[in-house]
Design a protein around this ligand. Structure first.
Ligand SMILES: [Cu+2]
Length: 507
């Protein structure tokens, strides 16, 4: 109780934290089941006006409130997550990225179907310390409404920068402001950006995790919603709410469960589902989003993230056997650094109170019309093989994460595609852990995983490729010529090389 009152009292200063014996980050965490009791506070919102949203995002490292305490971390503006950017089809989104960090960075608008060239979603851009870059994203008039997000995407630094706070939500909503077109009647919408991080004893977001943590993909001690530890959400019983959940964790998979209230998934990765899906059937890999319609009943329930086994990397020669040795190379405090990479904890993300006595409304049963690429004939089929692990080389132990045998090089074109063509990509996972495959600009329709087709049309921008599995996706390369990337969204793997380039040309 004493610890809880510290948290409720507002910002827990570092001095106070030290007085209770270092390792103060445990305070927030141990209080999480049952909640800190703090009311959920969503990020600030910037909404487009007259077809334009013009914002400045300043990436900086400074003190911000995180998990109820004052923490030194990265971020855009005042808080973590950064401000929520809200635009509509046909809008122009202008973002001036100002780099106040002492390392390079850049920006990616995850899931948006926009040009990867010019001032668009070009992840080859590097914004030096002290410099700025003007991004201009033209949102097409036919752009799907839904839940997206933005984050830093500078190769080699992505995991660290996202982990330390460089991410925020991005929504595309109908211009008339009535919520999403497919939205059943909801009393309100909430944006729930889930992230994880580990804090050091002096109240700093831990930078630079150990080799094993990188190899398996780091997972943080703290799992936060909108930068808060197990906040409390209060709604009205007998109403529906739309919860837009973003998995902004660098590696952690989220298998969501809600007790006390009913919920279904109505959209994934900005694509409406033809029919709602059970929450239990949707696992959010890093980068994925799910829009839930929650029917609030009277009383309190909790949204939890259940354990997910995503395997662990084994290198050539079975190097996992000596994991203890390799793990001693400076694994950060509390960062998953040895053994299985999957989450073993059951984490309370938030508690939700339905105030009043009205019974829960019926759950949603109708879905939306979605474009189905299933009947199309692909122009060609490509196979991409994901591989990696620890290996012994001339310079000692090394980690290599590859696609088709190559580590990422921005100077190489790995796939050449003609604009307007429809292709099947067979994603082969030749490792012992899951890899979430993300393609920029163009969404992927999942056709099958190891021969099993999904039960409904499933369009995603991050597709999980389980250990040892083959996943076939179909992509319609429409609208935008140019060069962009595909990669593993376990961001440590991307930084270690599991990324390739695709050049889309008009000839
Ligand atoms: Cu991976």
């Amino acid at each position: 109780m004493r610890r809880r009152s510290l948290l409720v009292g507002g910002a827990v200063g570092v001095g106070v934290a030290a007085a209770v014996g270092g390792g103060w980050w445990w305070l927030a965490r141990e209080d999480a089941p049952g909640a800190s009791g703090l009311a959920l506070s969503e990020p600030a919102v910037h909404r487009s006006v007259d077809g334009v949203l013009d914002v400045e995002l300043v990436a900086s490292e400074r003190t911000r409130t995180l998990a109820g305490a004052l923490v030194t971390c990265f971020g855009y503006g005042d808080g973590v997550p950064g401000p929520t950017l809200v635009v509509s089809p046909g809008d122009t989104l202008r973002v001036l990225l100002v780099n106040d960090l002492d390392e390079p960075t850049n920006l990616h608008v995850h899931g948006l179907h926009v040009s990867p060239t010019g001032r668009g979603d070009d992840v080859f851009v590097s914004v030096a310390p002290g410099a700025s870059h003007q991004y201009v994203y033209e949102i097409g008039t036919e752009h799907p409404t839904g839940t997206y997000w933005y984050h830093a995407h500078h190769h080699g630094r992505v995991a660290d920068q996202v982990w330390r706070g460089l991410f925020g939500g991005l929504l595309v909503v109908p211009a008339d402001g009535t919520g999403t077109s497919s939205s059943p009647e909801v009393a309100r919408e909430r944006l729930l950006v889930v992230s994880d991080v580990t804090l050091s004893a002096d109240g700093t977001a831990v930078a630079g995790v150990g080799r094993m943590a990188q190899m398996n993909g780091r997972e943080g001690e703290l799992v936060l919603v909108d930068g808060q530890s197990a906040p409390r959400l209060v709604g009205t019983s007998g109403t529906r709410e739309r919860w837009r959940v973003v998995n902004a964790c660098t590696s952690r998979y989220l298998s969501l469960a809600l007790d006390g209230h009913a919920a279904v998934v109505v959209a994934r990765d900005g694509a409406d589902l033809a029919s709602p899906s059970d929450l239990a059937d949707v696992v959010l890999a890093p980068g994925n989003r799910a829009d839930l319609v929650v029917s609030l009943t009277s009383g309190e329930g909790s949204l939890r993230a259940l354990p997910v086994d995503r395997g662990a990397m084994t290198g050539s020669g079975g190097m996992m056997g000596s994991g203890g040795m390799m793990g001693s190379g400076g694994t950060g405090p509390g960062v998953t650094g040895s053994g299985a990479a999957g989450t073993s904890e059951d984490v309370v993300l938030l508690t939700a109170l339905g105030r009043g006595s009205a019974a829960a409304p019926a759950v949603v049963t109708a879905g939306a019309d979605v474009v189905d690429l299933g009947a199309l004939t692909p122009t060609r089929t490509r196979t991409l093989t994901l591989a990696g692990g620890m290996s012994a080389g001339m310079a000692g132990m090394g980690m290599a994460f590859t696609i088709d045998g190559h580590e990422f090089s921005m100077d190489r074109v790995d796939q050449r595609v003609r604009l307007g063509e429809v292709e099947d990509w067979v994603l082969v996972n030749d490792t012992t852990m899951h890899h979430p495959f993300h393609l920029h600009v163009w969404p992927m329709q999942v056709l099958e995983t190891d021969g099993v087709a999904p039960s409904r049309v499933t369009r995603l921008d991050v597709v999980d490729v389980p250990a040892g599995a083959r996943v076939r996706v179909r992509v319609s390369f429409t609208d935008f010529p140019g060069r962009t990337v595909y990669h593993c969204h376990v961001l440590d793997h991307e930084d270690l090389g599991m990324m390739g380039t695709v050049q889309v040309t008009t000839s």
